[in-house]
Design a protein around this ligand. Structure first.
Ligand code: GRF
Length: 217
């Protein structure tokens, strides 16, 4: 039998992206084993969602470590022990150091609530509104040493409406996040993703399974 593709989800907050991954997995559309959920925040809703789904959880509180590298070493230990194939950052509010990046080259992905390379960093829904952009969206990308700079796997576009607040825009973007994150993970689990420089190639995409999700589909 084929070895299951084991993923770990790292989350600091409410965990709606985690939930979308769990839901897709449970209804048989995502061929992965959600092996482990790790949070740096003992109060993270993501931990509760994981426990409700019967997934192993671990809280590694960054406050208990003198520096980022020591925190990352603890993460690496846990992830290696669990024999994880792919690390999925879903609202994980810690910047990773080379300790993590070198332990899992090209095996860490992140979701960001803007159309990269526009608006990396934090509070990006408000930034997109303040800038006067007509569209924003979300991006799933590989994690590299920069902040939100790694090669892009899939993006979805979302319109910015005249009366949007950061909260209403965030909600509209989240709906798309919940579509594209499971999709990206599926492609990776199926071994269809190849990185060539900055470009990410997806083998055998066709029809509605393209890496561009536009506002009308
Ligand atoms: C999402 O908007 C994600 O793009 C960002 O953090 C948020 C996490 O939301 N990185 P949730 O915890 O998955 O609900």
């Amino acid at each position: 039998m084929k070895k299951p593709f084991r993923i770990a989800v790292l989350a600091s907050g409410g965990g709606t992206n985690l939930q979308s991954i769990i839901d897709q997995q449970q209804c048989g559309r995502l061929p992965v084993d959600v092996t482990l959920v790790i949070s740096n925040n003992p109060g993270a809703g993501a931990l509760v969602r994981a426990q409700q789904a019967g997934i192993n959880t671990l809280c590694i509180n960054h406050r208990n470590y003198p520096n980022r590298e020591d925190f990352d070493r603890e993460l690496v230990n846990a992830l290696q022990q669990a024999d994880i194939d792919l690390i999925v950052l879903a609202g994980f509010m810690r910047i990773l150091t080379p300790v993590m990046l070198q332990a899992f080259p090209q095996r860490i992905i992140n979701i960001h609530p803007a159309l990269l390379p526009a608006f990396p960093g934090l509070d990006v829904q408000q930034q997109a509104i303040d800038y006067g952009a007509r569209f924003s969206g979300c991006t799933v990308h590989f994690v590299d040493a920069g902040v939100d700079t790694g090669p892009i796997i899939i993006q979805a576009v979302v319109p910015i409406l005249p009366d949007d607040s950061a909260a209403t825009l965030a909600e509209r973007i989240l709906e798309q996040e919940h579509r594209i994150y499971p999709q990206a993970i599926q492609w990776l689990a199926e071994g269809r993703v190849k990185i060539e420089g900055r470009n990410v190639l997806i083998a055998n995409t066709s029809g509605d399974k393209t890496a561009l999700v536009n506002p009308t589909n």
